[in-house]
Design a protein around this ligand. Structure first.
Ligand code: ADP
Ligand code: MG
Ligand code: ZN
Length: 489
């Protein structure tokens, strides 16, 4: 065999691994844009209604940096474990595009507002991995072009809105890791109030940098960068597509071109936009109209002190303090509002585990069926807590609780009052309960015979009938005990 053929053959047998770094843009949650007083609340607004000479880049305009955007950006960075240097600055990144009226973007180049962070992701199998965050920096967004048959339309509402760009180290290896990292970033940005990161409102988008290398090789391969993915789904699909595309090229002995690619959401493919040779020279230089950002240690510590408990810390606390499963702890801490609600229910009921169950299963199911979120819940945490407490105290049975749940939810009723009013308490009159048990025994000679003959499970049939006869108001445990006592005599 010729050596070339041999090489191709060994190449073909190779197992490839992906190397991924993400650049994530999130719109900072501010009232106004980054350099002007135009409203940042642009979703569904008529085109070009949130604009002024500054964000439309009129000659001679002077940008004024929005302090709130800096503070919220820094909070986001702190939550990603980043260092905040005392000195940073804004830089001009020049390029021409019709959606960029100034002819440059004001971003951060060599001295970003933060650097050297990391976050921890938890894989499906429970294992964890740290993903490095190279930096989080501040920049403004561009406007938006819409191409129609009659020509291209430009909307400057988005122009000048504030962004954080979060750049990761090339630490991700699988689609699962990419997906988990992106979701974790979204969660953290929301938690600390840096960004609502709502993808449906265009508040979060991803650039996927991906290369392949034979498993075991330490050097990275040549990467492609897929720009502007605006959903988790397209991020995941783009990963799959690129993995396959690059693998096929490598397996056929070809080489990967370093290039920027776009994502076609309809065809679910990536398409080449420009290669490295055509890459723009941005001519970065310090933005002369904006003074450097000086963040004193006091300011940074003040911002740090304002950070809420972060999701993974919360999840760990739920496991150690409340003895919840990892799954439940993660689910409850995934959203700050949900976590606060759960803690309310846990506090009122004094039963965190049961509280977690009711919040996730009963209430969660009901909300999900109506596509509502926890903040839409008609039922207060206090009233749900009271319901859980009634069950735990043995005042009502779980069955009764489930029966009245929807009614309690709809009217945000006080379950204690409702139980009192309807007489739903567990039947405490053992005399009456014994009578019903005896009647059920008399009516079911076959089940009784089975039980006495050693079929332990047969007693369930009797318990069920007693529960039915008491409309669920008996405590199944007491029923079980009474039946046994009667059957043994
Ligand atoms: P650029 O400025 O051209 O966008 P950067 O060096 O800043 O390039 O890297 C951008 C992103 O690409 C980062 O998230 C980084 O982790 C990632 N990256 C760099 N090299 C590779 C590679 N060989 N394969 C995959 N991702 C990479
Ligand atoms: Mg890039
Ligand atoms: Zn403006």
């Amino acid at each position: 065999m010729h050596t070339d053929q041999l090489n191709t053959y060994t190449l073909k047998k190779m197992d490839y691994e992906a190397v991924v770094g993400l650049e994530i843009h999130c719109r900072i949650k501010t009232q106004t844009k980054l350099f002007c007083r135009c409203s940042n609340d642009i979703f569904n607004a008529e085109p070009n209604t949130h604009v002024c000479p500054i964000c439309m880049g009129f000659p001679g305009m002077l940008p004024l940096m929005n302090e709130e955007a800096i503070f919220r950006g820094v909070k986001g960075a702190l939550a990603l474990g980043c260092d905040i240097p005392e000195f940073s600055k804004m830089d001009r990144k020049s390029y021409f595009y019709p959606d960029l009226p100034m002819g440059y973007q004001i971003s951060q180049y060599d001295l970003p507002v933060s650097e050297k962070g990391k976050i921890t992701i938890t894989r499906e199998d429970g294992s964890t991995k740290d993903i490095g965050v190279t930096r989080l920096h501040l920049e403004n967004d561009a406007g938006k072009l819409t191409h129609t048959a009659g020509g291209s339309l430009v909307d400057y509402n988005r122009s000048g809105t504030p962004l954080v760009e979060i750049v990761s180290e090339p630490d991700m290896r699988t689609q699962e890791e990419v997906s988990l990292y992106a979701r974790q970033i979204q969660k953290i940005m929301r938690y600390v109030g840096c960004s609502d990161a709502d993808m449906e409102k265009g508040q979060m988008r991803f650039d996927l940098n991906i290369s392949l290398r034979p498993k075991g090789q330490t050097e990275f391969g040549t990467r492609a960068e897929v720009k502007n993915l605006n959903s988790f789904r397209s991020l995941e699909k783009a990963f799959d597509y690129e993995f396959k595309r690059q693998k096929e090229i490598l397996e056929s002995g070809g080489t990967i071109v370093q290039e920027t690619r776009g994502w076609d959401d309809n065809k679910e493919i990536t398409v080449s936009q420009r290669s490295k040779e055509e890459a723009a020279d941005y001519r970065y230089f310090p933005e002369p109209d904006i003074p450097p950002l000086i963040l004193t240690r006091e300011m940074v510590e003040k911002l740090r002190s304002e950070l809420p408990e972060l999701p993974h810390v919360k999840a760990e606390r739920y496991q150690s303090e409340y003895k919840l499963s990892a799954q439940m702890a993660n689910d409850l801490s995934s959203d700050a509002d949900l976590a606060a609600y759960f803690e309310g229910v846990a506090k009122t009921s004094g039963e965190p585990k049961k509280a977690a169950n009711w919040v996730l299963s009963e209430l969660g199911g009901l909300l999900k069926a109506q596509s509502l979120s926890i903040t839409d819940s008609k039922l207060s945490a206090e009233n749900l807590g009271k319901l859980v407490k009634l069950i735990e105290a043995g005042t009502i049975t779980g069955k009764i609780a489930k029966d009245i749940f929807e009614e309690v939810y709809e009217g945000n009723l006080d379950p204690e009052a409702l139980v009192e009013e309807r007489g739903l308490k567990v039947m405490e009159d053992t005399g009456a309960l014994e009578k019903i048990c005896q009647e059920v025994i008399d009516r079911n000679p076959q089940i009784v015979a089975d039980f006495k003959g050693g079929k332990e499970k047969a007693i369930g049939g009797l318990v069920g009938q007693v529960m039915g006869a008491t409309k669920g108001s008996a405590n199944p445990k007491s029923v079980n005990e009474i039946l046994r006592k009667l059957l043994i005599n």
